[in-house]
Design a protein around this ligand. Structure first.
Ligand code: PMP
Length: 357
């Protein structure tokens, strides 16, 4: 605390990301990274952008990242989008931050699940937005009927984090249609691992903003690229915030790598199928060890053991160089969120758990 700090800084409770320990031989299943490398075409595009002497880095990148917006529109060619339907940012966290300020800050409070991505309440505090938590049901599912009330906007993650539970597309449409005067933000960070994208609804539902990332399904968490898809009027609101904040959120390497990664549909398909196969096997393995595992449409699973304390299990795993995520939060403090690793990593997790149990 310091008297140099603005009153806003005093009032903040920042988000705490999962740790990135620098230990050798670690099985790192705590931050939902992809266990496979990114598309070789993305790597080649970044090398090409850099060139032999890095001279391209002398110059600022395209502030509008037009090439990347075009690639996003083409990635969703089935839904007849244009670059004007696309906003890009430095990771979906930045895109979300702008969306809260641009589209969710109104007089009425916004609605979000009581258990969801814990960055959302942090953005609310940063931007001075009132929010009302709407409890998930006893199976950790979103009940759409609970959202049929006055609001200044709604934000949900689909599949939800950290539960991995999926809300069907018909329910997303029902939510957006029920509130034509406010914006529904759907965070699809994990949707490529088992859900259907709401980008399909964007042309029809003008109040729907879908936010996505290349961090998970495209294995580019280190590159920091996220984007939003929505009606051009929603996108313009985001551009106005962005251009009042940072003209060049995406660097040259990020634009080149993300553009190539999005175009490599075959690689995406191959790696997401591998993750989904490993998820089924890991779920079966954990179930054999007595865990209750929620059905997951994400690249992680949410599990609890009826006889064992989750925090203790996480600590025991850590002693064996396996890191998973535990949230000391109401309703979920007996669960572990476990990222789907390679089959070898999943096997090490199961072996460590078998030993502990
Ligand atoms: N949304 C959800 C639900 C997440 O779990 C994450 C990852 N922490 C993000 C958004 C942000 O991802 P990124 O900024 O890497 O795109």
């Amino acid at each position: 605390m310091s008297h140099y700090w603005s009153p806003l800084v005093h009032s903040l409770t920042p988000y705490v990301p999962g740790e990135q320990p620098k230990l050798a031989d670690l099985v790192k299943l705590n931050t939902n990274e992809n266990p496979y490398p990114p598309s070789p075409r993305a790597v080649a595009a970044m090398c090409q952008e850099l060139g032999d002497d890095g001279a391209s880095l002398r110059l600022y990148p395209d502030p509008n990242a037009d090439r990347l917006k075009q690639a996003v529109a083409e990635h969703f060619a089935a839904f007849a989008l244009t670059p004007a339907h696309v906003f890009v940012g430095n990771g979906s966290d930045e895109v979300l931050a702008h969306a809260f300020m641009a589209l969710l800050k109104h007089d009425r409070p916004i609605l979000m699940p009581d258990i969801t991505y814990s960055f959302y309440p942090v953005y609310c505090r940063l931007h001075g937005i009132d929010s009302v938590p709407v409890p998930l049901d006893e199976n950790f599912a979103i009940r759409v009927d609970d959202y049929l009330r006055e609001n200044g906007g709604i934000v949900i993650a689909n599949p939800n984090a950290p539960t991995g539970q999926l809300l069907p597309l018909a329910d997303i449409a029902r939510l957006a249609e029920a509130h034509p005067r406010s914006v529904l933000v759907v965070d699809e960070a994990y949707v490529d691992f088992g859900g259907e994208t709401a980008v399909a609804l964007v042309r029809r539902l003008r109040n729907l903003l879908v936010i996505r990332t290349l961090s998970k399904s495209h294995a580019l968490a280190g590159l920091r690229v996220g984007y939003a898809v929505g009606d051009p009027l929603l996108i313009e609101a985001l551009e106005r915030i962005k251009n009042s904040f940072n003209s060049y959120p995406l660097d040259r390497l990020a634009i080149a790598g993300a553009t190539a990664a999005l175009a490599d549909e075959a690689y995406l398909e191959q790696t997401r199928q591998a993750v989904m196969r490993s998820r089924a096997e890991l779920t079966a393995g954990l179930t054999r060890l007595g865990f209750d595992v929620l059905p997951s449409a994400a690249n992680f699973i949410f599990a609890c053991h009826p006889q064992r304390d989750a925090a203790e299990l996480a600590a025991e795993l850590r002693r064996r160089s396996v890191i998973v995520r535990h949230f000391a939060l109401p309703r979920i403090d007996q669960h572990l969120r476990i990222t789907i690793g390679t089959d070898a990593q999943c096997a090490r997790l199961l072996a460590a758990l078998a030993e502990i149990l």
